[in-house]
Design a protein around this ligand. Structure first.
Ligand SMILES: [Zn+2]
Length: 63
């Protein structure tokens, strides 16, 4: 009994992809790719920090 394979390479590990998990070679690699994708979208929107008021308060210091 053989697993049907595709004429493609898994983008994660480079092995031959299988039909069931295309374009990956296994569920493991599919999960890895999904995890990377989710992390990539989660990292956005972290630049805004409420530090503006603190900066204004410290502007009064003379040199
Ligand atoms: Zn793989």
């Amino acid at each position: 009994m053989t697993t049907p394979v595709l004429n493609k390479k898994c983008p994660i590990c480079g092995k031959q992809a299988v039909l069931e998990y295309q374009p990956f070679c296994s569920k493991k690699c599919a999960d890895i790719d999904l995890g990377r994708w989710l992390k990539g979208t989660y990292v956005v929107h972290t630049n805004e920090t409420p530090e503006e008021e603190a900066l204004k308060n410290s502007e009064q210091e003379d040199e």
